[in-house]
Design a protein around this ligand. Structure first.
Ligand SMILES: Cc1cc2nc3c(=O)[nH]c(=O)nc-3n(C[C@H](O)[C@H](O)[C@H](O)COP(=O)(O)O)c2cc1C
Length: 377
């Protein structure tokens, strides 16, 4: 496939599915950037399982249902979305294209889809919130050794207009991504982890100079070690819940007991996730852990799933397994790398169009009709 027009310009309509963006995007990046995006941890088994597990779920479509009028619109934790999808947090969008998170936010706005901004983003939360028109932004957080820093960033996010906080809990230490180590992963001088620059509160935060820029060693685990903390425990969630007023999603759950513990502590939602296979290689595919978690959480909280979502029909599968919505990171990075804002908009359009058609073909006119029996036959 040649996804460019005759002049070589990016032509979004040439891309017929999300997967077609991958090779085009990676070809346009440095090896260090493409390896950073594509990497899973260790043997990259969970990375692979994530995609395969969705593909293997059979959908027993209902026949003879009037699906002439369909609606895909929904809300996730009160945030409206054109379909049950939210953009997953991914660090450093500027490694994919120079407009970085601003291009992502504009594309999300044009498609009516909310986004979760990474605390390791290369654009500040205030700027991203300004670029996101009529769509909500949620802020992802890590809790690092300096506990107060997370409150600073949560307060900044709140002031900037973010509607929820997403606490990532699957990274007490960084997973080992061997490609990054081999490449000596570091950032070009013009890209910075801006949300974590010197703290405005006490001047003691870590700037990029303490982080990734010019780092020449063992990849992200060493460079960003200070942003996380191996002593993280449930009491830190209790503490965060007591300190912030925005709703909190807990991201990185694969077990029923953890999901219940998070909701009992006051989390308004859980994100079933294995960090896109970048943390514990060997963790189950999210399509495998979702159903039990969704059953246990029930209506008490919002359940979202990410990891390996590549087709609109995967979103339908996620809803049939009990999720309220699905999310993805790499497809967005591929859109960004291949075509900036227009690329991300096309990725979102493809996912939404496929989801709408999958609903029709499965005999569902409304989201409520996407139920577990579709997977049983
Ligand atoms: C390049 C990259 C950077 C990521 N950065 C973050 C991050 O900063 N915070 C976080 O919670 N998750 C991060 N993730 C994990 C994603 O939010 C998400 O859980 C996962 O990638 C979903 O799988 P998918 O890429 O197959 O869609 C990152 C993933 C990738 C691929």
């Amino acid at each position: 496939m040649n996804p460019s027009d005759a002049s070589g310009a990016f032509d979004p309509k040439q891309f017929l599915n999300v997967g077609e963006f991958e090779s085009v995007a990676y070809a346009r990046m440095t090896k260090m950037a493409s390896d950073y995006f594509r990497s899973g941890a260790w043997g990259e088994n969970t990375l692979r399982w994530n995609v395969q597990a969705w593909e293997q779920i059979r959908v027993y479509h209902r026949a003879m249902v009037d699906v002439s009028k369909r609606s895909t619109a929904t809300t996730l934790l009160g945030s409206p979305s054109a379909f049950p999808f939210i953009i997953a947090p991914a660090a450093l969008h500027k490694l994919a294209c120079k407009e970085g998170e601003i291009a992502t936010a504009r594309a999300a706005s044009s498609r009516g889809v909310p986004l979760i901004l990474s605390s390791l983003s290369s654009t500040g939360v205030e700027e991203v919130c300004r670029a996101a028109k009529d769509v909500d932004v949620w802020m992802q957080l890590y809790i690092g050794k300096e506990r107060s820093h997370v409150l600073d960033l949560a307060a900044r996010a709140h002031a900037a207009g973010c509607k929820a906080l997403v606490l990532t809990v699957d990274a007490p230490v960084w997973g080992v991504r061997e490609r990054d180590i081999r490449n000596g992963f570091c950032l070009p001088p013009d890209i910075e982890v801006v949300n974590l620059m010197r703290s405005s509160r006490d001047g003691a935060g870590h700037g990029a100079e303490g982080g990734l820029t010019g780092h020449s060693g063992a990849g992200i685990a060493e460079a960003l070690g200070w942003t996380i903390d191996a002593s993280l425990s449930w009491k830190d969630l209790d503490w965060l819940v007591s300190k912030v007023s925005l709703p909190i999603m807990v991201k990185g759950i694969c077990r029923v007991d953890d999901a219940c513990r998070a909701v009992d502590a006051g989390a308004k939602g859980v994100l079933v996730s294995n960090h896109g296979g970048r943390q514990l290689d060997g963790a189950p595919a999210t399509a495998e852990s979702l159903e039990a978690v969704a059953d246990a959480v029930g209506d008490r909280a919002c359940v979202i799933v990410d990891g390996g979502i590549r087709r609109g029909v995967d979103v339908l599968r996620a809803l049939a397994l009990g999720a309220h919505g699905a999310s993805a990171a790499r497809p967005i990075l591929w859109g960004l790398g291949a075509g900036g804002e227009a690329g991300v908009a096309r990725v979102l359009e493809l996912l939404q169009t496929e989801f709408d058609l999958a609903m029709a073909l499965a005999g569902c006119a409304t989201l409520e009709e996407i139920t577990a029996d579709l997977l049983l036959g």
